[in-house]
Write a protein that binds this ligand. Structure first.
Ligand SMILES: C[S@@+](CC[C@H](N)C(=O)[O-])C[C@H]1O[C@@H](n2cnc3c(N)ncnc32)[C@H](O)[C@@H]1O
Length: 275
């Protein structure tokens, strides 16, 4: 048996030396995952087996290589759902929960299309917290496998469509929500090491970072019911351009802040007369 205190000290040191922020919490999370125990059990535990030590160390070393913690552990909690993640999907961000919460409050009995769904976190969050009828769309078959498994894991009944944006989507919706890829291609090389492990398909917003917003905003009027609404998440500094794109066919545009007081979401309502 190995003393858990000495193992913790060793692993904290490894992550600290490799520049992992919040390294103590990372070590705790990895222990909880390997030992499959509660925080309280971990606190009162004195020792671990050699096998548990080496399994934990293996993940700590991967984390030291800046492989994302969430991929190591394989799941995150999002809007009350358990969302499984792997390198085929973007890791759901805390901020995105706020988008989900806002929509869930108004989505009862409405139809919602989650475009670029990835793990399904947004659409599944809305489904779990409202009586909306939810459709998930992504171009990546591997991401859709994750999204379908997440729907099943949480007992949520949603439609799932493999489609290049609206290409295979039929019918109209009351709400369209999307957190599309929005990073400029030339900025992809400068991302944090952790983010570089996420799928490029989920990040690459093409030359100026607005390619997906343009395509979605142009096509959305055809897929929205009267009084239909659209919500986007976007990156730092992108709100004004997206607002301009929306103005042609949308009104009541609102730029919304995230928990960190940064402009992060935008809301708009379809105009009665669309150009
Ligand atoms: C930024 S991720 C968002 C994932 C998830 N909605 C979230 O908030 O965590 C963008 C997603 O868009 C998908 N995607 C990229 N190009 C697409 C396209 N042309 N049509 C549909 N989905 C696309 C990617 O596969 C990826 O899952």
């Amino acid at each position: 048996m190995i003393s858990i205190q000495s193992a913790k000290k060793e692993f904290n040191q490894i992550l600290k030396e490799n520049g992992v922020a919040d390294y103590e919490n990372n070590v705790t999370q990895i222990f909880l995952h390997i030992l499959n125990c509660s925080r309280v059990d971990l606190l009162i535990k004195d020792s671990i087996s050699v096998e548990e030590y080496s399994q934990t160390k293996k993940l700590v070393l991967k984390r030291a290589d800046r492989y994302p913690l969430q991929y190591l552990i394989g799941e995150v909690e999002f809007c009350g759902n358990r969302i499984m993640v792997n390198p085929n999907v973007l890791i759901p961000r805390n901020e995105t929960e706020q988008l989900c919460d806002m929509i869930s409050k108004t989505a009862d009995n409405k139809s919602v299309l989650d475009l670029c769904c990835g793990s399904g976190c947004i659409g599944l969050g809305i489904k779990a917290n409202s009586s909306a009828d939810v459709t998930l769309v992504d171009i990546s078959p591997k991401a859709l496998t994750v999204a379908k498994n997440n729907a099943k894991l949480n007992g949520l009944d949603v439609k799932v469509i493999k489609s290049n944006l609206f290409d295979k989507v039929k019918g109209k919706f009351d709400i369209i929500v999307s957190n599309p890829p929005y990073i400029k291609t030339k900025d992809l090389l400068e991302l944090q090491p952790e983010v570089k492990n996420e799928p490029m398909l989920a990040l690459d917003g093409e030359e100026d970072g607005y390619a997906f917003y343009r395509r979605i905003i142009d096509a959305a009027p055809k897929y929205l019911n009267q009084n239909g609404e659209i919500y986007f998440e976007y990156g730092v500094g992108q709100s004004k351009t997206i607002e301009k794109l929306l103005k042609k066919n949308f009104e009541c545009i609102k730029i919304l802040k995230d928990y960190y007081n940064k402009n992060r979401f935008i809301y708009a309502k379809l105009k009665d007369i669309v150009c």
